[in-house]
Design a protein around this ligand. Structure first.
Ligand SMILES: [Zn+2]
Length: 456
């Protein structure tokens, strides 16, 4: 991810971090009896994917709100179901989501919870080894009365969560402030939370400019657009992480750049809910950092960075032509760019000495579409393909194009976070069965509590 060059070599890990990547770094002088060696020469190693917008609390709702645009999807399905979550069912939702994320090679996320029981999400993240920023969705106004709480309750909950979880496990778990979107948070509370000195290290994770209807609602509530409103927050500089950003003007993009805000691109969710096509090229040209995210399983319906990369590339091609974003740039969008959006570019996002050992072992034989990948000469290539990749692939298939456009999560054999194996496909079957049974029971319980029809 640093210089576009795949290399054949050894990756050395000490505790949680990468100690060396040969041949760029010299091999460490470790005594052999202290070193556990693994031959993974038939695999490729990638940095773990970073998904900058996820709702672990919605994993149980997959497939339950089909055929609705955003506002109906929220008001008729998602908000009633979120309100019916209890700590134990939320825990199952989070575990099921984390399992899917790790199995498809995602090692770090920025999550948005529901308005209660956020510690159940933190406990699932802790147990399953994912790296995450998390926090309760903040809603102190709007039609979802079963989710709405007073501002002071959110303030106290964030303080309590931070006292337990901020920086937990050597920084693996961090807090985020998650005002759901402008229509669900009153102006005084939004401003108070952004200004609060003890919350200043937390990113402000929100939704904005997702649909035209939402932009109009924000305009009628605040007199301005979502990006202009977020840019006006005292204390918000460098912290605004706005999911979607579909309906943006040039002024909106300039406002985001000037406040150091980032857009969290969710192509799968935007397409499926019919929200629109976010313009990645316009954001990049405006100097707005962009990360990638699957959003929630209730609107995607996968939590799969592979598919989001491919959709991001295909949307950019549709809007501006197929040379707009190279496969390499898409791979970087899903890794190093996401790390930058989270302020973690010195820690994760590429395979580099002293960074965290957050990575995946990719088996090129894992997906039939990648037939022939095991013998690809491209891995030996020593020259960079260049920014757009427009001239590459004439004589050889670039490995990044194979990954982004022919690859899939089926190629993920192992996922590592902080130097520990957190998913191993070889032993994943029994775990899947156990989780699947808990998923179905928890979903049933939530449907019952929400007063929805329960199958069977
Ligand atoms: Zn979302």
């Amino acid at each position: 991810m640093e210089d576009e060059r795949p290399a054949r070599g050894d990756l050395w890990i000490e505790d949680r971090r990468i100690a060396a990547v040969t041949p760029a770094d010299p091999a460490p002088d470790w005594r052999t009896e202290e070193v556990e060696r693994r031959d993974v020469s038939s695999f490729w190693i990638l940095p773990g994917f970073v998904q900058t917008h996820v709702h672990l609390c919605q994993t149980l709702f997959r497939g339950l709100g089909e055929g609705r645009e955003l506002y109906r999807w929220l008001s008729e399905v998602i908000w009633p179901l979120e309100a019916a979550l209890e700590p134990d069912t939320l825990r199952v939702s989070a575990e099921a989501g984390i399992y899917q994320l790790l199995a498809s090679g995602t090692t770090a996320i920025l999550d948005m919870g529901t308005t209660r029981h956020t510690s159940a999400i933190a406990e699932a993240v802790e147990a399953r080894g994912l790296r995450a920023f998390l926090g309760p969705a903040i809603m102190d106004r709007g039609p979802a009365q079963a989710l709405v709480r007073a501002g002071g309750e959110f303030r106290r909950e964030v303080e309590e969560l931070a006292s337990v979880w901020e920086g937990h496990d050597d920084g693996r778990i961090r807090l985020a402030l998650c005002p759901r979107f402008v229509p669900s948070v009153s102006d005084p509370l939004f401003r108070e939370l952004a200004r609060e000195p003890s919350f200043r290290s937390f990113p402000i994770h929100t939704h904005g400019s997702e649909t035209r209807q939402e932009v109009e609602e924000v305009r009628s509530l605040t007199g301005t657009t979502p990006p202009a409103y977020l840019a006006s927050l005292d204390g918000g500089r460098g912290r605004v992480k706005m999911a979607h950003g579909v309906w943006l003007s040039a002024e909106d993009r300039a406002a985001l750049r000037e406040c150091g805000g980032a857009v969290l691109h969710c192509p799968g969710s935007n397409l499926k809910l019919g929200s629109g096509l976010a313009d990645l090229r316009a954001l990049r040209e405006a100097g707005v950092p962009v990360g990638l995210g699957a959003d929630g399983a209730a609107c995607n319906n996968r939590l799969d960075a592979w598919r989001e990369m491919r959709l991001a590339g295909s949307i950019a091609s549709t809007l501006h032509g197929p040379s707009t974003l190279s496969a390499f740039e898409l791979l970087r969008l899903a890794t190093l760019d996401g790390a930058k959006v989270l302020g973690l570019e010195d820690e994760i996002g590429s395979l580099k000495r002293s960074k965290r050992a957050d990575l995946t072992l990719i088996d090129p034989t894992g997906d039939e579409a990648a037939l022939g990948a095991e013998g690809m000469e491209g891995m030996e290539r020593t020259e960079a393909t260049g920014g757009t990749g427009a001239t590459s692939g004439l004589a050889e298939e670039p490995p990044e194009a194979l990954l982004v456009y022919a690859g899939s999560s089926r190629m993920v054999r192992e996922t590592w976070v902080d130097g520990r194996v957190v998913f191993d496909r070889a032993s994943a079957r029994p775990e899947r069965r156990e989780l699947s049974a808990r998923f179905l029971a928890a979903r049933r319980r939530v449907l019952e509590r929400a007063g929805f029809p329960v199958p069977g």
